[in-house]
Design a protein around this ligand. Structure first.
Ligand code: ADP
Ligand code: ZN
Ligand code: ZN
Length: 708
C-alpha cells in the first residue's frame, strides 16, 4: 500500500455471480470514505462502478503478496447512499441468495456506470422545482364515506395496510390523497407508488402528474421502469436520490430507488405476479416493500380487489386463539363510486353449445346488441397468435419448435410459425414438411383468429351512427412498436372501437368509460393446471376483467343497461366461477386457504426452488441429486425442518436446446429454510465445479417462487 493511500475501503461491485470472489473487495484511498459513497474502481483491466460498504462487513481475501489497488475516483456531487438503502440491498442479497455487489449494482441506474464525471456534473445541474404559484387552484375531490374511513385508519395506524376495495371503488383516489397529505405535512417526505406494469396503464401516470405537479412542482413526480431510456432513468433516479422528486411512480425495480425521505409506499394491485423479478435476484417487490417500510419507518399500503392469499392471510383479524393474525390492517371498500353496480356474471355452459363454436349464440347476440346501442365490449383470450399449433391431417405432423419442447404458434398476419419460448421463426409451409400433403390446418385459437372471426360475425351490424362495427385487437403482437399501445388505448377511449379483443393486457387497470360487456371465451385451461396458484390467478384475472365494465355510473344509468361479465365454460359449476358470479372474493379466499392449509402449502409453508439448466436432462437432474446428497451428508443446519423433493423436469422441459430441471424445498419455518439455503449455497457452488457435472450450464435459487 502506498503512503499516500493510508485508508482502506470495502467496495461492493458486480463481479460475475458465484465466481468465488468475495462480495466486497478492498481498495486503498487517501481519505476515509463514508459508506454509501459511489466510486469508480479498477477491476482486472476495466474500471467499474462500486459502492463503498460498511467496514464491519467481511472483505474479500487478498492473495498473498498482493497490494491493494487504489480507488479510481469518487462520483462527486452524488451524496452517499444511506444506511436504509444499504440494509435493503444486503437483506435482498441474503434472503434471495445472491451476491451483495450484484444486487447493489443492479439497483442503480445503468448509466451511472458509464457516465464520465463531467457528464454527471452536467446532469446534476438542474433547475430547482417551483410549485404552481397561481395562488389557489386546488380543490380536493370529496371522498366517499368508505374512502374517508380508509384514509382515517391509514392516518392513525402504523400499518402495513391491505386496502381491499372492489374494482372502481376509488382505491387510486385513496392512494393519491394519502400521498398528498403525507407530502404536505412534511416538506422533505417522499412517497413511492408501485404499479405492476406502467406501460399498460399510461393513464395512471397522467393522473399522478396532473394531481401533484400543480401542488409540488413540475418534476415532483418521476417514473422508474424498464421502458425508459437510460438517460431518463438516471434523471429520475438522481431526482429521487437528491430529494427533489417527491413521488416516484414505478414498477418492481422502483423498490430499490434511493429515497432518503421515504414516508409512504403504495403497492397497487399487490397480487400481480409481475412484482416478482424473474432474473438475477428473484425478489418480490411487494415483500421487499413491507420490509423496507418497517426498516425505514415508512407506512406501507397494499391495494387490490383480489389480494394475494399471502396478504389476505396476513390481514386476518387477530383472535385470542390466533394472536398471529392482524399483521396487516385490512381496510374494506366494497362499493363502487357513484353507486355503480359490479358486472352481472353470466356463465354459458359450452356443453350445451354446438361443438367447436367459438362464440355461443347468446354471447354473440349480447355483443351485437351492444354494438347497435353504441356501447363497447371487451373479449378476453389469454393466447396470442392465430392458432397455437398447425397440424397435418394426413400424417399427424405438428408445428413443433425444433429447439424447445413446445409448439410453434401460427401467426397468420405475417404467415409465420413462431416459438413463444425461444423466438425461433419460420415461414408457414405450403405443404406438410413430413409427408408433403397440402392438407395442413390450424388447431385451437388465439387472439388473431378471434379478431378475424368476430369481424366476420359482426359484418352486418351497424353502430348508431350507421357505420359498420369496428373490432380491434391489443396484445403483445400489436403493441411492439413504441407508442402503439398508447395509440390503441386512445382509440378505445375515443369510442372508435366497438369490440376490443385481447390478452390479459386489456384486463389491467384501464379506466374505460363505455365498456358494458366483458367476455372470457375460453378460460377453463387454468382450472386444471398443475400449478397450485392457477385458480387464484384465474379468479384475479376474471375479477379484474369484470372490473373494466360499467365503470362510469352516470353513463350506465343513462344507457339503462346492466353491465355484464360473460364466461364460456365447460365447467359452469366450478368453485372459481361460482365465487366470480357472487363477486365473492372472501369466500373464494377462504376455500383456497382451507385447501392450502390442509396440504401445508403457502402461506402455511415456505418454499424455494433450485433450478438447473444443462445440455441434457440427466446432467440437470444429476447436479441436483448430487447437491442434495451432499446436503444430507453434511447434515446442514435447518435441514431437520426442510423437506427436499426429488428433481423433476420443468413443465416446458427444453427451451432453446437447454434442458431444465428443478427441485422444490418446503418448510413450515421460513427461518429454517433460510438457514438451510445459506448453508447449502457453498455446497452448490462446489458441486457445480465437480467435473462430473460438465454438462451443467447454470443453476439458480428462487426463494418464494410464484410458479412451481
Ligand atoms: P379503483 O382504483 O378502485 O379501480 P379509482 O380510484 O380509479 O378506482 O376510481 C374509479 C373512478 O371513480 C375514477 O374515474 C375516479 O376518478 C372516480 N372517483 C374516485 N373517487 C371518487 C370520489 N370520491 N368522487 C368522485 N369520483 C371518484
Ligand atoms: Zn403430413
Ligand atoms: Zn423454441
Amino acid at each position: 500500500m502506498s503512503a499516500s493511500s493510508p485508508f482502506i475501503a470495502p467496495v461492493a461491485l458486480h463481479t460475475p455471480s458465484h465466481s468465488g470472489v468475495g462480495d466486497l473487495l478492498s481498495y486503498a484511498c487517501d481519505r476515509p470514505l463514508p459508506p454509501g459513497t459511489l466510486v469508480r474502481v479498477p477491476l482486472g483491466n476495466r474500471e467499474v462502478l462500486g459502492v463503498v460498504w460498511d467496514s464491519d462487513a467481511a472483505t474479500g481475501e487478498l492473495p498473498d503478496g498482493a497490494t491493494l489497488r487504489a480507488i479510481g475516483g469518487v462520483l462527486e456531487g452524488v451524496a452517499p447512499l444511506d444506511l436504509p438503502w444499504r440494509r435493503l440491498v444486503a437483506f435482498t442479497a441474503r434472503y434471495y441468495q445472491r451476491a451483495l455487489g450484484e444486487v447493489a449494482l443492479a439497483a442503480l441506474p445503468p448509466q451511472l456506470r458509464d457516465l464520465k464525471p463531467e457528464q454527471l456534473a452536467r446532469r446534476l445541474r438542474r433547475p430547482a422545482l417551483t410549485a404552481d404559484d397561481s395562488g389557489n387552484a386546488i380543490e380536493n375531490i370529496a371522498l366517499t364515506a368508505e374512502q374517508e374511513s380508509a384514509r382515517a385508519q391509514i392516518v392513525s395506524n402504523p400499518g402495513p395496510f391491505l386496502l381491499f376495495g372492489s374494482t372502481g371503488s376509488g382505491k387510486t383516489e385513496v392512494y393519491l390523497r394519502c400521498v398528498q397529505e403525507m407530502l404536505e405535512a412534511d416538506p422533505t417526505a417522499q412517497a413511492l407508488v408501485m404499479v405492476p406494469e406502467i406501460n399498460l396503464t399510461p393513464q395512471l401516470e397522467e393522473r399522478f402528474v396532473s394531481r401533484f405537479a400543480p401542488r409540488f412542482g413540475a418534476g415532483a413526480v418521476v417514473s422508474l421502469h424498464s421502458g425508459m431510456t437510460n438517460p431518463q432513468r438516471l434523471k429520475s433516479w438522481l431526482a429521487a436520490h437528491s430529494g427533489t422528486a417527491r413521488i416516484v411512480l414505478g414498477t418492481r425495480m422502483a423498490v430499490f430507488a434511493s429515497l432518503p425521505g421515504l414516508k409512504l409506499i403504495v403497492v397497487d394491485e399487490e397480487h400481480d405476479p409481475s412484482y416478482k423479478q424473474q432474473e438475477g435476484a428473484r425478489y418480490s417487490a411487494r415483500d421487499l416493500a413491507i420490509w423496507r417500510g418497517r426498516e425505514q419507518g415508512a407506512k406501507v399500503l397494499l391495494g387490490s380487489a383480489t389480494p394475494s392469499l399471502e396478504s389476505w392471510h396476513a390481514s386476518r383479524p387477530p383472535t385470542p386463539e390466533d394472536p398471529e393474525g392482524g399483521r396487516y390492517l385490512r381496510l374494506h371498500m366494497p362499493s363502487r363510486i357513484g353507486a355503480g353496480a359490479l358486472a352481472r356474471v353470466r356463465r354459458v355452459d359450452m356443453n350445451q353449445q354446438p361443438r367447436r363454436a367459438v362464440f355461443s349464440a347468446p354471447l354473440l347476440q349480447a355483443i351485437t346488441e351492444r354494438v347497435a346501442r353504441g356501447e363497447q365490449s371487451m373479449v378476453l383470450l389469454n393466447r396470442r397468435g392465430y392458432a397455437p399449433v398447425l397440424h397435418c391431417v394426413d400424417c399427424g405432423w405438428k408445428s413443433d419448435c425444433p429447439h424447445c419442447s413446445a409448439h410453434q404458434v401460427f401467426h397468420k398476419t405475417d404467415r409465420t410459425l413462431r416459438c413463444h419460448h425461444c423466438g425461433f421463426t419460420v415461414r408457414v409451409p405450403h405443404h406438410c414438411p413430413t409427408c408433403g400433403s397440402p392438407d395442413i390446418h390450424a388447431m385451437g385459437r388465439g387472439t388473431e383468429q378471434l379478431e378475424e372471426q368476430l369481424a366476420a360475425l359482426l359484418r352486418n351490424v351497424q353502430r348508431p351512427d350507421g357505420n359498420a362495427a369496428r373490432v380491434a385487437r391489443i396484445d403483445a403482437d400489436t403493441t411492439k412498436a413504441k407508442g402503439a399501445l398508447e395509440a390503441q388505448l386512445a382509440q378505445v377511449h375515443a369510442g372508435e372501437v366497438d369490440v376490443l379483443v385481447g390478452t390479459q393486457m386489456i384486463a389491467k387497470g384501464h379506466d374505460f368509460r363505455r365498456i358494458t360487456l366483458v367476455a372470457a371465451v375460453q378460460p377453463d385451461g387454468a382450472l386444471f393446471s398443475s400449478d397450485f396458484r392457477a385458480p387464484e390467478r384465474l379468479f384475479a384475472l376474471l375479477m379484474q376483467a369484470a372490473g373494466r365494465a360499467g365503470r362510469d355510473a352516470a353513463y350506465m344509468a343513462a344507457q339503462g343497461t346492466p353491465c355484464e361479465m360473460w364466461v364460456q365454460t365447460f365447467h359452469p359449476q366450478h368453485a372459481v366461477y361460482e365465487a366470480l358470479r357472487r363477486h365473492d372474493y372472501e369466500a373464494f379466499a377462504a376455500q383456497q386457504l382451507k385447501e392450502r392449509e390442509e396440504a401445508a402449502m403457502p402461506p402455511f409453508a415456505y418454499q424455494a426452488l433450485v433450478r438447473a439448466d444443462a445440455r441434457t436432462q440427466e446432467a440437470a437432474q444429476g447436479f441436483l441429486q448430487a447437491a442434495t446428497a451432499a446436503a444430507h451428508a453434511a447434515a446442514l443446519p435447518g435441514l431437520e425442518a426442510v423437506t427436499l423433493f426429488p428433481p423433476v423436469p420443468l413443465t416446458i422441459q427444453r427451451v432453446a436446446n437447454v434442458e431444465r430441471a428443478q427441485m422444490l424445498m418446503e418448510s413450515p419455518s421460513r427461518a429454517a429454510l433460510q438457514r438451510f439455503l445459506a448453508a447449502w449455497q457453498p455446497i452448490l457452488q462446489t458441486t457445480r465445479h465437480n467435473r462430473e457435472h460438465k454438462g451443467l450450464i447454470r443453476w439458480l435459487v428462487d426463494v418464494d417462487p410464484l410458479t412451481i
